[in-house]
Design a protein around this ligand. Structure first.
Ligand SMILES: C[S@@+](CC[C@H](N)C(=O)[O-])C[C@H]1O[C@@H](n2cnc3c(N)ncnc32)[C@H](O)[C@@H]1O
Length: 198
């Protein structure tokens, strides 16, 4: 069911914001960009935000000088993103599991990987590798604790995250995020990983 855009679109079909929406970029963005800069990512690079929702992280990246694509398969998410941030960001209506998208220099993944049903995770990682240039970066913010609630989101423990990424990525950084939103403090991991050459 979560593999279908209708499931997600229904959350946006409301006056109220969806529960996950923070109305601003994640506070983890600054730390993520510092790690990515150490790995060579510089303003001007192309970055895609899969499952961008209302586009706050995409807007945060655009403000830092990146060429940003906000991608989502829920039409109302993109409608809301465009209404909030206009057309200085490229908004792409697509399924992340599509065979050919991009390629981009980097992925900024916040609450998309954890939104996947666990049995789709390996295919999700393959899609991340496929949509990046060789050597491109997958920057992911994931929950490793969902406080016992049924998903989505689904917790991804650190070792599971490592095992999932390793076949296609070299892990440059994987540790607890230091500056989470207060509601998420101590429950988020930040990973920066480089796509291996084929
Ligand atoms: C939990 S929401 C997070 C939205 C946004 N990242 C945020 O933090 O506000 C997950 C988003 O991923 C999108 N999504 C889920 N599966 C997708 C897929 N296969 N392709 C594209 N978007 C997808 C949903 O439509 C939804 O907007």
């Amino acid at each position: 069911m979560t593999a279908h855009p209708d499931y997600w679109n229904a959350f946006y079909d409301d006056e109220a914001r969806p529960g996950w929406d923070m109305a601003r970029p994640t506070p983890v963005l600054a730390e993520a960009l510092a790690c990515a800069a150490a790995a060579g990512l510089a303003p001007g690079a192309s970055v895609v935000v899969p499952g961008c929702g209302y586009g706050h992280d995409a807007a945060g990246l655009e403000a830092e000088g990146f060429a940003v694509t906000g991608l989502d398969f829920a039409p109302l998410a993109l409608q809301g993103a465009r209404a909030r941030y206009g057309d200085r960001i490229t908004w792409s209506s697509a399924d992340w599991f599509s065979p050919a998208l991009g390629p981009w220099d980097a992925i900024f993944d916040h609450t998309c990987f954890v939104a996947m049903d666990p049995e789709r995770r390996r295919d999700y990682v393959e899609a991340c590798a496929r949509h990046l240039r060789p050597g491109g970066l997958w920057i992911a913010v994931v929950f490793d604790d969902v406080q016992g609630r049924p998903g989505p989101p689904h917790a991804i423990p650190l070792e599971t995250c490592r095992e999932l990424a390793l076949p296609r990525f070299e892990i440059l950084h994987l540790a607890r995020a230091s500056a989470s939103h207060p509601r998420r403090a101590g429950r988020e991991l930040l990973m920066v990983a480089r796509r291996r050459q084929d």
